[in-house]
Design a protein around this ligand. Structure first.
Ligand code: UDP
Ligand code: MG
Length: 339
């Protein structure tokens, strides 16, 4: 079963109490699921709004799915979507959002790094009239290298992106139905949800919070996945790298031009240069260095162009962003949750 982004189930719900949907992407989070269920439920019970929890199982191993199924069978608030394979965090978040029927949709990681107890502050801001409430990490409890990479990435992205994307804000956020509908209608293949959310606009506000360490289990974002996410963020939200190619081209050509002028002058005034010990020497090394340098720049520029072309290719193929293997718990909340 495939799922189209433009399809928004449940937006024609009949109940009058506002509904908050909580989307939780989950990949091999067996160790943390019970605790997640406990803490999220305890927090949600305190809200005035009705709630549903949409857990997206991103192709986890069997034990995780068994646990998810077990919780879903005893808790009517839980709805689960199981992917056919691992499609990645951003696809899982997007699928959860597309299946949500709430008036507000919250995105939270499964590993409890984002505390569910903070969510009532998000909801309060939403009630005040903000359409996007995003969390800004004040402190991180991760290792120094990861902290530095995140620090550098958000600042580079903020400088390069044509859309102002809030520094240090991840996918942990609350979005109003209006924003969710726009997000669902965006056909982007390489989804960088926090950037798309900023691009949409409406009234947005950041709330500071302290990012905890993982409650249990291992990080599911490998270094490679993190780099891919960073590349998606930069290439999807900026044409600056393309300009970088042009600038580099200019710079190298100018250096080469100056070099050529210098060589010419040196040849013409050979004697004067010889007096100060700068007569021209047959420069094998210089030529090799120049060729390697130019070759490097050309490859770099080709790579940058290639990144964008690859993206166009993916977009043109128009494949579904994820494949759903099965769902649970949606039947009673909205009859049109599946096609
Ligand atoms: N995740 C996912 N698919 C993946 C990788 C991660 O759904 O391919 C989920 C994971 O279960 C967690 C969230 O995305 O709920 C963030 O992942 P992780 O904690 O590994 O990332 P980090 O917090 O280290 O950035
Ligand atoms: Mg985490």
């Amino acid at each position: 079963m495939t799922y189209k982004l433009t399809h928004v189930p449940g937006s024609n719900r009949e109940t009058s109490t506002p509904l908050v949907s909580v989307v939780v992407p989950c990949y091999n989070e067996f160790a943390v699921l019970d605790r997640l269920h406990e803490r999220l439920t305890a927090a949600a019970r305190k809200w005035e709004e009705a709630y549903e929890i949409i857990l997206v199982d991103d192709g986890s191993r069997h034990e995780t799915w068994e646990k998810v199924e077990e919780i879903a069978s005893r808790d009517p608030h839980w709805r689960v979507i199981r992917f056919a394979r691992n499609f990645g965090h951003q696809a899982a978040v997007s699928a959860g959002i597309a299946h949500a029927s709430g008036d507000a949709v919250i995105v939270i990681d499964a590993d409890l790094q984002d505390p569910p107890e903070e969510l009532h502050r998000f909801i309060a801001k939403w009630r005040e009239g903000y359409e996007v409430v995003y969390a800004v990490r004040r402190k991180r409890k991760e290792n120094a290298l990861k902290r530095f990479c995140y620090f550098a990435f958000y600042r580079v992205l903020a400088r390069m992106s044509e859309t102002p994307i809030a520094i240090d804000s991840g996918d942990f956020c609350l979005m109003d139905r209006k924003v969710v509908d726009v997000l669902n209608s965006m056909p982007e293949q390489h989804r960088f949800v926090r950037g798309m959310r900023a691009w949409i606009g409406f009234r947005q506000v950041g709330l500071e919070y302290e990012r905890h360490g993982r409650a249990a289990g291992e990080p599911q974002y490998t270094f490679r996945k993190l780099v891919n996410l960073a590349v998606d963020g930069i290439f999807s939200f900026s044409s600056e790298p393309l300009r970088l190619a042009t600038r580099l081209g200019f710079l190298v050509s100018s250096v080469a031009f100056c070099g050529a002028v210098f060589t010419l002058v040196q040849r013409v005034f050979r004697e004067s240069f010889a007096k100060i010990g700068m007569e021209p020497v047959p420069g094998f090394a210089t030529i090799v260095i120049a060729i390697l340098f130019l070759g490097g720049i050309q490859l770099l520029c080709l790579g940058i162009v290639g990144e964008y072309i690859g993206r166009i290719y993916d977009q043109v193929k128009g494949r579904p962003l994820w494949i759903v293997r099965e769902t649970m718990g949606f039947e009673e909340s909205s009859s049109n949750a599946q096609d």
